[in-house]
Design a protein around this ligand. Structure first.
Ligand code: PXP
Length: 305
């Protein structure tokens, strides 16, 4: 953080940041939970810099205490997929979300798709009411979805590319090639007081474009790393993610990561200190079928932080 060095630090802001972090993550197993301040929450650049500094101070304190800095967001779309398979009401993703939180997750992630193939509007509204941590709404970058987001007011919107035929989100959002259009969507969400994350490939051009349109966070797509079959390929992808995380952090954005992460492959990723949150769905739900949701979440939370 270049500007942090020139700011006169205010201890009250450090305290404010500490207590905000704690209140946003009351169930975290760690003593202090690190959450990068979304740029849109701050009324000017100086405040943002001060909060960033406080975040860095908190992170360093946690490291000295031997703690981790990362948070776990659990994607519960698969619970809704199972419900939709029979068109009934079970299993209820809202009940699952409560169990996920009780097991120590730091947030719940849902993808409201245009075709409503799994998560429904009813789920979203109930989740916003009952969650004790935070709700991250993944959605396509279009105006119809913005309307939904503005009425539900999740704690974070993550914009993702969406194609009707795909099985899951394939590839990151092309921000560099459609900057004006995505900026329009980001601005509408910011006007409604909602911080925005962009799900992008770990590519410097995409990160610089995300910064230019004032994204608060980026979520780095880890699919290529997760799918790598050879060590050399995996190493190259890990380096790309490391480089992308450092660049995004240097530009003042919060850095999340997700897609295809498992109990095995997440271990190398957690070595990247700039990544503050991992969003994981399929692997946790697959394990939950065998060992139970509570244990599956606790085991992943232990790995991540
Ligand atoms: N992050 C984003 C933006 C996603 O679209 C998804 C998949 O819905 C995930 C994380 C979770 O991916 P996975 O289910 O492979 O863990």
């Amino acid at each position: 953080m270049q500007c942090a060095k020139t700011v006169n630090f205010n201890p009250e802001l450090d305290d404010f940041f500490m207590s905000t972090s704690l209140s946003l993550a009351p169930r975290s197993s760690q003593a202090v939970c690190f959450l990068l301040p979304p740029r849109s929450f701050c009324n000017n650049e100086l405040t943002f810099c001060k909060l960033m500094h406080s975040a860095i101070v908190c992170t360093n304190k946690r490291r000295q205490m031997g703690g981790s800095v990362a948070r776990l967001g659990v994607n519960i779309d698969h619970v809704a997929t199972l419900r939709q398979a029979r068109g009934g009401s079970e299993p209820d993703p809202v009940a699952a979300a409560v169990l996920v939180e009780l097991a120590g997750a730091d947030g719940i992630v849902v993808h409201l798709r245009e075709d409503r193939r799994h998560i429904q509007d009813r789920d979203l509204n109930l989740l916003k009411d009952v969650l004790q941590t935070k709700l991250d709404l993944e959605m396509g970058a279009d105006e119809a979805m913005v309307k939904v987001a503005l009425s539900v007011k999740p704690h974070l919107v993550t914009l993702v590319p969406e194609r009707r035929q795909e099985l899951t989100t394939e590839g990151g959002l092309e921000v560099a090639g459609q900057r004006d259009r995505i900026k329009g969507i980001v601005d509408m969400l910011h006007d409604g007081g909602i911080p925005v994350s962009l799900f992008i490939e770990p590519d410097p051009a995409q990160i610089k474009a995300a910064h230019k349109i004032a994204a608060d966070y980026v979520e780095l797509h880890t699919g290529r790393y997760a799918n790598a079959r050879r060590l050399k390929e995996e190493q190259a992808e890990l380096e790309a993610i490391t480089h992308a995380a450092k660049l995004a952090y240097k530009l003042g954005m919060g850095v999340n990561a997700g897609h295809g992460l498992t109990y095995r492959n997440v271990k190398r990723l957690i070595q990247i200190p700039e990544i503050v949150e991992y969003n994981i769905g399929h692997s946790i739900m697959a394990r939950a079928i065998l060992v139970g949701l509570d244990r599956a979440v606790r085991e992943m939370k232990q790995l991540v932080g």
